[in-house]
Design a protein around this ligand. Structure first.
Ligand code: SAM
Length: 326
């Protein structure tokens, strides 16, 4: 595994005078800005991107309502909606006269409030009615409810969540959105193989949240290199269990709301080195390709993965990659 090497490379990171100046001006720990320079060349567009909060988005629950009807209803209430480029049933909310969550349409399960980026992983997984599907990190259910929707509320959808408090929120979202095909497993996703094998799996992994700095500026200073190395280790272990739970030919989508290569390309790289029964699949989805070089590592597969960047896609920073068990 890469986690010791990650820590070593981050400790030896070359931090330039400009990195330090930008870090001071934008309020970051300097090692973060040095990494952005390593990833992007010039870190400035990303730093500026993180200064603009992306608009909220809503995903229409077409199990409950015709999406045009929902759009018209919210527009008569004064909301201004704009289609999300990569998701035909989601809208960015450009004007919000009052809280979306207090509308009767929300209470009635007609839509889910989420960042536009979060609609991408279920679309890339593309689950079909009557398949056996699992979401290994499910709460509060933004992606689980989307998966159920794409499955037409049929087939079997196993939802793993180990925290009881978060599982409560998940259950209330399942109920509100009238999801009928889900089975909640309150427990550890490491046990997923016991419930398998599955046709498709979503692993929207726990992460350090380095993509949501615009919504949570405290993340500019709250995490150290050792947090990235530790999280990398957890993510590799979870992705390994996900693959173990798949049928031969089955697919897993790995996603995070982080822009850190340590939590993304390096996780995929570690899995490809560890297992000989898995390959990266090009989903052809929206977004930019993954990072192909970083701190001396090379990721030849990364062109098949997708990234959403705050400064390019006006969303949270996000990573999505699809793998197939062969
Ligand atoms: N997919 C969710 C959504 O779209 O609403 C967000 C998932 S959040 C990034 C990660 C979730 O995984 C958290 O609720 C966390 O409690 C849960 N989790 C972390 N490690 C887990 C494990 N080993 N087994 C099951 N759930 C886990």
């Amino acid at each position: 595994m890469w986690s010791r090497e990650i820590l070593m490379k981050l400790k030896r990171l070359n931090i330039t005078k400009r990195d330090r100046e930008l870090a001071r001006a934008y309020g970051y720990l300097p090692y973060m800005v040095a990494r952005y320079r390593e990833m992007l060349g010039d870190p400035l567009p990303l730093l500026d991107g993180f200064e603009r909060t992306p608009p909220d988005a809503i995903r229409c629950n077409f199990l409950r309502v015709n999406c045009m009807r929902l759009k018209r209803r919210l527009e008569t209430r004064g909301f201004v909606l704009h289609p999300v480029l990569w998701c035909p049933h989601a809208y960015e909310v450009l004007r919000k006269p009052y809280s979306l969550s207090s509308t009767p349409e929300h209470l009635d399960g007609w839509f889910y409030i989420q960042d536009a980026a979060s609609t991408l992983p279920p679309l890339v997984l593309d689950p079909k009615p009557f398949e056996r599907v699992a979401d290994l990190a499910a709460a509060p259910g933004g992606k689980s409810t989307h998966l159920a929707q794409l499955m037409g509320n049929s087939g079997e959808l196993y939802l793993f969540e180990r925290r009881a408090d978060r599982a409560k929120a998940l259950m209330s979202n399942l109920e509100r959105m009238e999801i009928l095909n889900a089975k909640l497993v309150l427990g550890d996703a490491y046990d997923a193989p016991k419930h398998g094998p599955f046709d498709k799996i979503l692993l929207d992994a726990p992460c350090t949240g380095e993509g949501v700095i615009a919504r949570d500026p405290s993340r500019k200073r709250s995490r150290l290199p050792r947090d990235l190395a530790l999280m990398h280790r957890v993510q590799v272990a979870l992705l390994d269990r996900a693959i173990e739970s798949l049928k031969k030919g089955g697919e897993v989508v790995y996603s995070t709301c982080s822009i850190a290569p340590e939590e993304n390309e390096l996780v995929i790289d570690a899995i490809l080195k560890k297992r000989s029964d898995v390959e990266v699949v090009d989903s052809g989805a929206a977004g930019s390709p993954g990072v192909t070089r970083y701190l001396g590592w090379e990721f030849p597969f990364a062109g098949k993965c997708r990234r959403l960047w705050p400064h390019i896609h006006r969303s949270e920073g996000f990573f999505v990659c699809k793998l197939r068990r062969v």
